[in-house]
Write a protein that binds this ligand. Structure first.
Ligand code: SAH
Length: 250
């Protein structure tokens, strides 16, 4: 089982269909699929919701609806209310990053909930009272209130990162051996001499510079081959020029 399957995102009386759609997209980006809506308003524009889901229509279709927050979180251990405001124990709030490991510890074997409030009025105190934790997303202080779907994105992203399920693409190309690297440097050295880029003492200095540049990262076999190709082509072009010049002088 994937630990992220135990995270439920709960929206309390959201107003805008567009935000609901964007929430579906955000949770989908972060591998979360359990969405609950408390007391959905009859005025919600579901067409707008669908439009903004993009590839997350399944999350929207699979949403569960509840009359009250109590019912929506009944089977959850940790229940985290999110709030932009201070007051009502909000000064003991966790940031999403601080909260993520706490949430995941419980999500290992039980459901947990992340609860988000109305776009205009947030969560009421009696709703926050049902919560075991309060999360506040740090912001500039000039304006602390985030858009609902963006608040969902920040919180779910922190859960996703903490769950450590992301596998970054790995460099598949083989790393260049010393032998290949030295063949490449020899070609560049020859190119620098023949194209009269530099000579004498400066040449050794340049070669040290080149060695530093090309070994700063991980030089792969294809990288070395590109650099060798470039040097060979420059040598060839120089040879053609010299030939043409000799002909002109004859
Ligand atoms: N005017 C409302 C803001 C609601 S924004 C208020 O003052 O509460 C809609 C929802 O997004 C909030 O209820 C909360 O769930 C979430 N949210 C917005 N900004 C947030 C922040 N800085 N930290 C945590 N949650 C936030």
């Amino acid at each position: 089982m994937n630990i992220l399957d135990n995270i439920r995102v709960v929206l309390v009386e959201p107003i805008f269909g567009g935000n609901i759609g964007s929430v579906c997209r955000a949770i989908n980006n972060n591998g979360i699929s359990d969405l609950a809506i408390v007391n959905p308003r009859p005025t919600i524009d579901w067409e707008d919701a669908r439009r903004l889901t993009c590839n997350a229509k399944a999350q929207l279709e699979a949403r569960k609806e509840f009359q009250t927050l109590e019912e929506a979180v009944a089977d959850c251990t940790v229940v985290a209310g999110t709030s932009a405001r201070t007051g009502f124990y909000r000064d003991t709030a966790y940031s999403p990053r601080e909260f993520a490991p706490i949430a995941l510890e419980s999500a290992a074997d039980r459901k947990i909930a992340l609860v988000f409030g109305r776009e205009d009025k947030g969560l009421f105190n009696e709703e926050l009272a049902l919560c075991t934790h309060i999360i506040q997303i740090p912001s500039s202080g000039l304006y602390t209130s985030l858009n609902l779907a963006q608040a969902v994105m920040v919180c779910c992203y922190e859960m996703f990162v903490a769950a450590d399920v992301f596998e970054p693409a790995e460099e598949k190309a083989e790393e260049a051996s010393s032998e290949l690297r030295e063949r490449m440097f020899a070609l560049w050295r020859e190119m620098m001499i023949k194209t009269e880029f530099t000579h004498g003492q400066k040449l050794d200095h340049m070669m040290m510079g080149l060695r530093r540049i090309f070994t700063r990262g991980k030089l792969t076999v294809p990288d070395a081959k590109i650099l060798m190709g470039l040097a060979k082509q420059s040598l060839w072009v120089k040879q053609q020029w010299d030939k043409a010049e000799r002909k002109n002088n004859d």
